[in-house]
Design a protein around this ligand. Structure first.
Ligand code: SF4
Length: 191
């Protein structure tokens, strides 16, 4: 089964397929084979038990897919991580802004961080239909971050900027976005 096939199967097995949380988790897991190294895990950062609990909670009828997902997880776990990948910092940033702390908070934070390690726009790497669903997910689950991103900066750029500010690293070439030559890189449509 390839990545394109897996998402609809997962959603068919989901208890609440309409939720942005469900769609983001399904998309992140389905797109695992398109990521590199340790990010080829269904959801990086989750061990075998956590992945099983996630599947039981969000995709209770997905038992037939469990062996495949666990194989992907084991293969990814065997891959070395590069020195500075920012994954753990991003998970921590998301959890620090968790609006609905619960058992699924870590699964979602790890899924968003996993997708952030891929190469496309974040909504695409989460397998969501558009940026609108990603904004809904951020509004619902990471509300304070959504409020901080009042200018609707591209999410990967926004996360990176937040982590740089935390580390007191200056990445911006201009004191204001409006006057910056990189405005189009950080803002604008993501089609
Ligand atoms: S537009 Fe320029 S100033 Fe604004 S976040 Fe991007 S790089 Fe920084």
């Amino acid at each position: 089964m390839n990545a394109t096939d897996l998402r609809p199967h997962l959603l068919a097995f989901a208890s609440r397929p309409h939720l942005p949380e469900t769609q983001a988790l399904a998309g992140t897991m389905a797109l695992a084979p398109r990521r590199r190294g340790p990010w080829r895990a269904p959801v990086a950062g989750l061990g075998a038990r956590e992945l099983d609990v996630l599947l039981l909670s969000y995709f209770p009828a997905a038992a037939p897919l469990r062996p495949l997902l666990q194989i992907w997880r084991e293969e990814a776990e065997a891959a070395p991580r590069q020195g500075l990948d920012e994954f753990d910092e991003l998970v921590a940033l998301l959890l620090a802004h968790d609006a609905r702390p619960g058992p699924d908070s870590r699964w979602l934070a790890c899924a968003v961080a996993t997708a952030s390690m891929a190469d496309n726009h974040l909504w695409q790497d989460l397998g969501l239909p558009s940026r609108a669903e990603l904004n809904t997910l951020m509004q619902t689950r990471f509300t304070a971050l959504k409020l901080k991103n009042a200018g609707d900066m591209k999410w990967k750029k926004f996360f990176y900027r937040q982590l740089c500010e935390q580390a007191e690293v200056l990445i911006c070439k201009s004191p204001s976005c409006a006057a910056c030559n990189d405005y189009g890189v950080c803002f604008g449509p993501e089609d």
